[in-house]
Unconditional design. Structure first.
Length: 281
């Protein structure tokens, strides 16, 4: 069951994801369990995690203790770049499942292609085999370019269900989204608010929010809904969690969408500001 009134995105294999999920980067410890349980209570049914977030354990515990049927929750985790050899990837996937304390993970991604090592096709074969084993239900990638995905398809015949990429009004990834759509791949937005402190003060976005009587965050997240991706905002505050998922009572009009399209700027990319993230993931 997906959150009420939230659109559903569907991949080439039939995977369905709600257009709004819950991000857990830097949500850790017992406070993190409460934050995730709160998100589940207000209606989130897609929870995003990763091996490198060091929180798979609390994510799994929150899901188990939520009182919500396991089959109604979709949980994601990700394989780090340093574990991309086939055997290492298989063990890492098994460790992710064990840490979560679940029988399976719904969606497992390669966190980034780590192209200098040249092992992402080996990692992909490991994900394909883990899917056949049943410990992960669906598989995908994160931060992959079209050429990387072409290599995966060429080497295995299996296309990802999801490509999770940086995507927000300052970095709109039009070409990548078009590629994903052509291949039946769901585009998922990490950092959907970009560098929020800067974006929340943007005069174009604040004017659009004022026009509709909503917050700037809601305007940005509604933009994600309307361009057709899945976005995974993060908040530990229950009221903000509720506001972030309450996006169906209004629509951005054509003029709003044109003004946001004009904000696109490759220099708005967070990776450009934080190149060390490549090593972390």
């Amino acid at each position: 069951m997906n959150p009420p009134d939230i659109p559903v995105r569907k991949s080439h294999s039939g995977l369905e994801l709600p257009a709004i999920g819950f991000g857990t980067y830097k949500i850790n410890g017992f406070d993190g369990i409460e934050a995730i349980e709160s998100a589940l209570r207000v209606g989130y049914r897609l929870i995003d995690s990763a091996y490198n977030y060091e929180n798979e354990g609390i994510v799994g515990r929150a899901i188990r203790e939520s009182g919500i049927a396991r089959e109604d929750i979709q949980v994601t985790s990700k394989l780090p770049g340093r574990h991309q050899d086939y055997d290492g990837a298989r063990v890492t996937i098994e460790e992710s499942v064990a840490r979560m304390g679940l029988d399976y993970i719904d969606l497992y991604l390669i966190h980034w292609p780590n192209p200098s090592k040249g092992k992402y096709t080996d990692a992909w074969r490991a994900l394909v085999d883990a899917q056949k084993q049943g410990i992960v239900k669906h598989i995908g990638v994160s931060n992959f370019l079209p050429g990387h995905i072409d290599m995966l398809i060429h080497s295995t015949g299996v296309a990802p269900d999801v490509n999770q990429i940086e995507l927000h009004p300052y970095f709109q990834q039009t070409a990548q989204r078009a590629y994903d759509k052509t291949h039946g791949i769901i585009t998922e937005a990490w950092s959907p608010l970009g560098r929020a402190n800067q974006m929340l003060k943007d005069t174009t976005l604040t004017a659009i929010a004022k026009k509709h009587g909503i917050s700037v965050v809601q305007a940005i997240l509604r933009w994600h809904v309307q361009i057709g991706d899945v976005c995974i905002p993060k908040s530990t505050n229950p009221e903000r969690q509720r506001a972030n998922i309450d996006l169906t009572g209004f629509t951005l009009d054509g003029d709003d969408m044109m003004k946001i399209a004009a904000l696109d700027n490759p220099e708005g990319r967070s990776f450009a500001q934080n190149p060390q993230w490549y090593e972390e993931f």
